[in-house]
Design a protein around this ligand. Structure first.
Ligand SMILES: O=C(O)CCC(=O)C(=O)O
Ligand SMILES: [Fe+2]
Length: 370
């Protein structure tokens, strides 16, 4: 099968009616679901009945007044320390816009014929190019001294949206007709929300509200719409292998299918319950560095299922490639020395794409304690 040629999309494989997953998509046993769950939840039931005692926190911004001392910052601080993730509701982004981007994304993946979709194929010879692809994350596995690459059970459309100089909607789908307008509007709204959240996250650490945003600089924002087709052998695959996101903060919405899991306390995979009006906030690696590890980035993965395709929209907010990220001086002192080496963000990205994410190994490589 042509995978090296990169024209294969998972959706096309599924449409061809296959009943067994091609070997390139088979995860090594240690990454498969059952083996990676703690003993108490290591049953197939844990996939459909998540542990409701341990849900990602929900933070309600209704009536939030930035000039008042209020419990919101405290709740955000706790969520960041305990999870590196939280849902936010009453976030100020029109819910109709969340529905619109899910609608245009789904219409593109479901109703656009494959040859038409492939007109937007991204350039698979370099990492993170814009367009329609299927292979953003590649994990490597050693088998008899040969490195085997394992593919995710996922197709995606990646859009470069900010700064505006990178935004070129003419290269995005023309079908449905409002696709480009919806994605542009969504990008603008997500930027405002990311700024608001980074300010609250900074304040929750006792930092000035602009502290993290200043360390990141102007956002480089990408929006990735992921489409996970149903998988005939979900126990063998992952929609997206375990990783933390590279940048500063990710804002994610999804449909009602479910399949995202976050790693809690380093050893428990917890299902994220889809909440249609809420936005999931995931702290990413540069925020862990900037906060000197006070807040950890959230490791997450997507599992597959055999019944329904799943759609998610992830909006990444990253530093420019030239920005050097280090622990902010406000978080470093004699009793809390710097835990991470500074890194030029572009170098971080290159190493991430060269080595593959494998959980948080790229961040671990900067850890001065290890
Ligand atoms: O589809 C999801 O829920 C997760 C997507 C994701 O983690 C990513 O694109 O980095
Ligand atoms: Fe991610």
């Amino acid at each position: 099968m042509e995978v090296a040629g990169e024209r294969i999309r998972v959706q096309a494989l599924v449409q061809s009616g296959l009943s067994q997953v091609p070997t390139q998509y088979v995860q090594p046993p240690q990454n498969r679901l059952v083996h990676n769950c703690p003993p108490t939840t290591a049953t197939s039931d844990s996939r459909s009945f998540p542990d409701t005692d341990a849900d990602v926190p929900v933070i309600d911004l209704l009536g939030f007044d930035p000039d008042q001392v209020c419990p919101v910052r405290e709740s955000i601080g706790r969520a960041c320390r305990e999870w590196g993730a939280f849902h936010v509701k009453n976030h100020g982004v029109p819910v109709t816009l969340l529905d619109d981007i899910r609608r245009v994304g789904l219409t593109f993946f479901n109703d656009c014929p494959m040859p038409e979709k492939l007109r937007y194929a991204c350039d698979s010879s370099s990492a993170a190019t814009e367009g329609y692809g299927s292979r953003m994350l590649v994990s490597s596995e050693q088998q008899q001294n040969v490195t085997v690459q394992v593919l995710d059970w996922r197709d995606y459309f990646d859009h470069h949206t900010l700064p505006l100089s990178r935004r070129n909607p003419s290269g995005w789908p023309h079908f449905p007709s409002d696709y480009r307008e919806v994605v542009s509007k969504y990008s603008d709204e997500m930027k405002v929300l990311a700024q608001k959240l980074l300010a609250l996250i900074s304040e929750s650490l006792g930092l000035s509200s602009s502290s993290i945003e200043e360390a990141v600089g102007d956002f480089y924002q990408n929006i990735t719409i992921s489409y996970y087709p149903p998988c005939p052998q979900p126990e063998l695959t992952l929609g997206l292998q375990a990783h933390s996101d590279m940048g500063a903060i990710t804002l994610l919405i999804e449909d009602d299918v479910g399949g995202l899991e976050v790693l809690k306390d380093g050893d428990k995979w917890v299902n994220v319950q889809p909440l249609s009006d809420a936005i999931l906030v995931l702290l990413a690696d540069q925020t862990e560095i900037i906060t000197n590890g006070k807040y950890r980035s959230c490791e997450h993965r997507a599992i597959t299922n055999s019944n329904r395709a799943r759609l998610s929209v992830a909006t990444f907010h990253d530093p420019a490639k030239t920005v050097k990220i280090s622990p902010t001086s406000e978080m470093v002192n004699e009793s809390s020395p710097a835990k991470y080496r500074g890194v030029v963000y572009g170098d971080y990205v290159s190493s991430w794409y060269t080595k593959g994410p494998e959980g948080k190994r790229n961040l671990d490589a900067l850890n001065l304690d290890s």
